[in-house]
Ligand binder design. Structure first.
Ligand SMILES: Nc1ncnc2c1ncn2[C@@H]1O[C@H](COP(=O)(O)OP(=O)(O)O)[C@@H](O)[C@H]1O
Ligand SMILES: [Mg+2]
Length: 378
């Protein structure tokens, strides 16, 4: 049950698309998230015009209703770290990335701290809740939904990584979904960063279960492939109903990974961090090949899903699939059929999804793969 709150206030709000500043009334009524850094509330906004300052009648007429609902994420405004979230959200525009509509700063009357408020479109759920919902009834998310969600996630990554932006905190709770539309949008850009080639960044990033192996051993010159690792963990979790690698400590996280992928190679350690002096977990902990191990752990998953996971969950970042490779994988071929449709959870009416409305920028990023991707089977 969501806790009900109620707060209403008037202040200057910046509209993201135009950068125009307007006086608006903000009405908050529900708390929807409490994360590591801030609070997320559900709210509606309304333009506030009764200033007698010559605002035209027709403008009044257009904006006299409440608009929303929106999700407002509130974080302390002072830290430089957090303003990156606003900067990145302002720069991006993609159907599978949460859209920032407005933003404003406001001093809290409770603690006197100035908070940055990001007013975003609001989605009803996230992938963590969705996985939990199906697990409780001993099911997994239906395969067509899984395919559609994964495809949208990979599409968001194609777009972000094209700009060199790494999300750096891919995990089910940062992936918003609308189950009634089988629609997915990445949120929480609080850790995101534009990675510059050969420039070091902190390696202590990403939630442990979703942290790429190169980060675990302290690699500082990593690439956007760390998000692809997270994508693999999220796909695996949709099939298993629980996180695939649940390390009890940051270092033991590598041991969990080695239980599926086999021991990391010397070349992996050397390329990622030649100074690493921690445990290398070089004893093989299972018999048979890595492929057989995947088939054993993902025994309930179709062969093309296992093949996809084998291409994503790879130690060496350079050998890990790219977003374009993921989008073009046979696991998603079904989505290309003109006849493809899904039944949203709890609905008897099927819907078709608009998953291939690539922008020119995305088509450019897809390069030679685009013809194959746009070529439908029927
Ligand atoms: N735009 C949104 N619409 C709906 N729910 C949201 C939205 N943004 C965030 N949330 C919810 O709030 C939670 C915390 O937000 P998030 O941006 O991940 O903050 P934190 O940095 O604290 O983790 C998310 O896991 C999600 O459930
Ligand atoms: Mg989060």
């Amino acid at each position: 049950m969501q806790p009900t709150i109620s707060d209403e206030y008037i202040l200057e709000v910046v509209e993201n698309s135009t950068s125009a500043s307007n006086k608006m009334i903000v009405k908050e009524y529900n708390k929807i998230g409490e994360g590591a850094f801030g609070t997320v509330v559900e709210a509606v906004l309304k333009y506030h015009y009764n200033q007698g300052n010559g605002t035209g009648d027709n403008v009044n007429a257009i904006h006299e209703d409440w608009i929303g609902p929106f999700a407002i994420k509130r974080v302390p405004a002072q830290t430089e770290y957090k303003s990156r979230e606003l900067e990145i959200l302002r720069a991006v525009n993609h159907p599978n990335i949460i859209a920032l509509k407005y933003f404003f700063e406001r001093k809290s009357s409770r603690d006197g701290v100035i908070y940055q408020n990001l007013v975003m479109e609001c989605l009803p759920s996230n992938l963590q809740n969705e996985i939990k919902f199906y697990r409780q009834s001993k099911y997994t998310i239906p395969y067509p939904h899984m395919k559609a969600y994964t495809f949208q996630l990979a599409r968001a990554m194609l777009y972000l990584h094209g700009f060199g932006i790494s999300h750096r905190d891919i995990k089910p709770s940062n992936i918003l979904v609308d189950p009634s539309k089988v629609q997915l949008k990445i949120c929480d850009f609080g850790s995101a960063k534009k990675l510059e080639p050969n420039q070091p960044s902190v390696s202590y990033i990403c939630s442990r279960y979703y942290r790429a192996p190169e980060l675990i051993i302290g690699c500082q010159v990593y690439t956007t492939k760390i998000d692809i690792w997270g994508l693999g963990c999220v796909i695996a979790e949709m099939f298993l109903g629980k996180p695939v690698f649940q390390g009890k400590s940051p270092e033991l996280q590598l041991k969990e990974i080695s239980k599926l992928l086999g021991p990391p190679t010397n070349s992996f350690f050397f390329k990622s961090n030649p100074h690493y002096r921690g445990s290398m977990f070089q004893t093989k902990l299972f018999s048979g090949t890595v492929k057989e191990r995947f088939e054993q752990i993902f025994s309930n998953s179709p062969p093309d899903a296992i093949d996809l996971l084998l291409k994503i969950l790879v130690y060496e970042p350079d050998s890990r699939a790219s977003p374009a490779d993921v989008l073009n994988h046979p696991f998603f071929h079904e989505l290309k059929r003109k006849s493809f449709h899904v039944y949203p959870r709890g609905s008897n009416n099927s819907i078709s999804l608009n998953l291939f409305n690539f922008s020119n920028y995305e088509l450019e990023l897809l390069g030679p793969l685009k013809d194959e991707l746009l070529n439908s089977d029927d």
